[in-house]
Design a protein around this ligand. Sequence first.
Ligand SMILES: [Zn+2]
Length: 290
Amino acid sequence: MLTAPPRLLLVHAHPDDESLWTGGTIARYAAAGVQVTLVTCTLGEVGEIIPESLAQLAADHADQLGGYRVGELRAACAALGVSDHRYLGGMGRWRDSGMVDTPANAHPRAFASGDLAAQVQELVAILRDVRPQVVVTYGPDGGYGHPDHVRAHEITAAAVAEVPDVERLYYTVVSRQAVDAGVAALAGVDGLPWRLPAPGELPAVDDAEITTSVAIGDHLPAKLRALRAHATQVSVWQAQDGTYSYALSNGVAQPVLEQECYTLAGGSGEAAETDVFGGLAPVEHVGADR
Ligand SMILES: [Zn+2]
């Protein structure tokens, strides 16, 4: 009897979401020998571009940002230890839909208004191939309301319901208590190049909603490398005293937290307080069964 490595599969909307929301978790489990599969639903074609030197890649100019971000995501996956990365439906099948009420919503390949059944079937095929015990995506609000994040939630919830091998479904969330403490710490740091967020500005949930808190302190170097790989979307900064912060194109300072948090949405939560696999039986298979 051999014991196969556990399998974790994450469904994210755009390149960078895997690192921003779950980068420490991916790095931690990959380092522990877990097989990590990342599914990215779009190429992030309409993201805002931070470096001036790359501004002409934008969707309303050369429209090359999606292809450029393929390279950023590849570098981030290498930093985090993702061994199996896939684009839903193949690279370029569905396009970044943009924020609510923007012209990108109407693009014929926009992910958020694409064929829901086809998207679910593409994900079901991946789940049947990989057979992960644990799946991670966003909650019903997409974490912060982006239409592609909401759609990623919808297709993942529907696909997981068709694949009994999946033992647990988690939503990635941010602890309000932790984010408030992190912002308070940033307020005392000299030279922060961005503005501090207003109270409640950063997406977060009440700690009562959190079932699982994964300690990622040992894996922050990998998470920060992955964030830096997404240079069109994310800027990382370190203070003289060692404190880290990062910002998206909106120039709002965000703290780098030592835990990534989850809400269990399906399956038994027994022994899952600090480990998304906690309490699950070891994975066993005989011979060349797969
Ligand atoms: Zn996103």
